[in-house]
Design a protein around this ligand. Structure first.
Ligand SMILES: [Zn+2]
Length: 315
């Protein structure tokens, strides 16, 4: 993957230092608060701090003269701008991210649902690339919720993308969930017949998929779960389940990055945000939950409307 961090960092905007990030080959321009971006993960911190800041430059006059040519940017040439819009939304509105997705789904035209889904998949992969587990898990939650809301099945095309086009390390959690979805679909009454042919072809094309699928079925047997009713769309609100609950859905963190370390404890993302995952109507406006110490007034996302987002559709 190619990353480019060239030139210098932009000065300040309304008292806060900002960074321009250009995304994709089209170089869509995002102006973001530097501290917020640096605080999000080591990837941005390293790349941004490596760029000489204009405040450290020796000649202030040069900055003004170089306003056009000397622009300070971080360029992510291989990422999708529409995916990055959702990243910005998460960055600025992290505690309210689920409610933004929910609002988008209520207001956007249905033809765009799959596009949003695809962008969330790319967000999940981007989170793996830049090592930002909290965002990866937020993307996973949003995906599961979308599939539950629309009762979508796992499509052969999506599986082919995960096993044919993606780096195995980046896609490991998506693959785990997709395989669980596939098993659930193939053991369901209505879709099993129509899916069987395409899936056989996929198994031939991607032996790893076949191996993962059979491993999943083995685990289901070992845990005495019924693959016909254990629904991977459904993430139960806690990791510690009451008797019987696990037969119908998956623990909250099953497809999260930290699943192995949490056991039946509380999801660390919920702890970080200061609330229990069991009772979380997402607050409309809740001061003090921001990840950064930039004042709340500054944390107004440059991205507000997911309805305009469009990108490669995997459906
Ligand atoms: Zn979790």
């Amino acid at each position: 993957m190619r990353w480019s961090a060239n030139k210098t960092v932009v000065g300040s905007l309304e008292g806060c230092e900002v960074v321009r990030v250009l995304v994709g080959e089209e170089q869509r321009d995002f102006t973001l608060h530097r501290k917020l971006l640096c605080d999000s993960c080591a990837f941005f911190r390293t790349h941004i701090e490596a760029i000489p800041s204009p405040s450290n430059s020796k000649d202030g006059e040069e900055e003004e003269e170089d306003d056009d040519e000397g622009d300070s940017v971080l360029w992510l040439p291989n990422e999708a701008p529409d995916m990055f819009e959702i990243f910005v939304l998460w960055l600025y509105q992290r505690p309210r991210f689920p409610s933004f997705i929910d609002y988008a789904l209520q207001t956007m035209c249905p033809e765009k649902f799959r596009t949003l889904r695809t962008n969330l998949v790319h967000l999940h992969l981007f989170a793996a690339v830049i090592d930002l587990p909290a965002m990866q898990d937020a993307a996973m939650d949003a995906l599961q919720d979308m599939y539950l809301r629309f009762d979508w099945d796992m499509s052969p095309r999506f599986l082919a993308f995960l096993y044919g086009d993606c780096d195995v390390q980046h896609a490991v959690r998506l693959r785990k969930w997709a395989v669980a979805m596939l098993a659930w679909t193939l053991h369901g009454a209505d879709k099993a017949v129509t899916m069987a042919g395409p899936v056989e072809k996929l198994f031939v094309a991607y032996p790893e998929l076949q191996a993962d699928y059979h491993m999943h079925l083995q685990k289901m047997v070992q845990s005495r779960a019924d693959v016909r009713i254990k629904n991977p769309q459904l993430r139960l609100p806690v990791n510690k389940l009451k008797s019987g609950e696990r037969f119908f859905g998956y623990r909250l963190c099953t497809f999260h990055s930290h699943r192995a370390t949490v056991g039946e404890g509380t999801c660390p993302h919920a702890l970080a945000l200061g609330h229990s995952p069991a009772a979380q109507p997402v607050p409309k406006r809740h001061k003090g939950e921001a990840e950064s110490d930039i004042s709340d007034a500054d944390l107004i996302s440059p991205v507000r409307d997911l309805n305009e987002i469009s990108y490669l559709d995997l459906s």
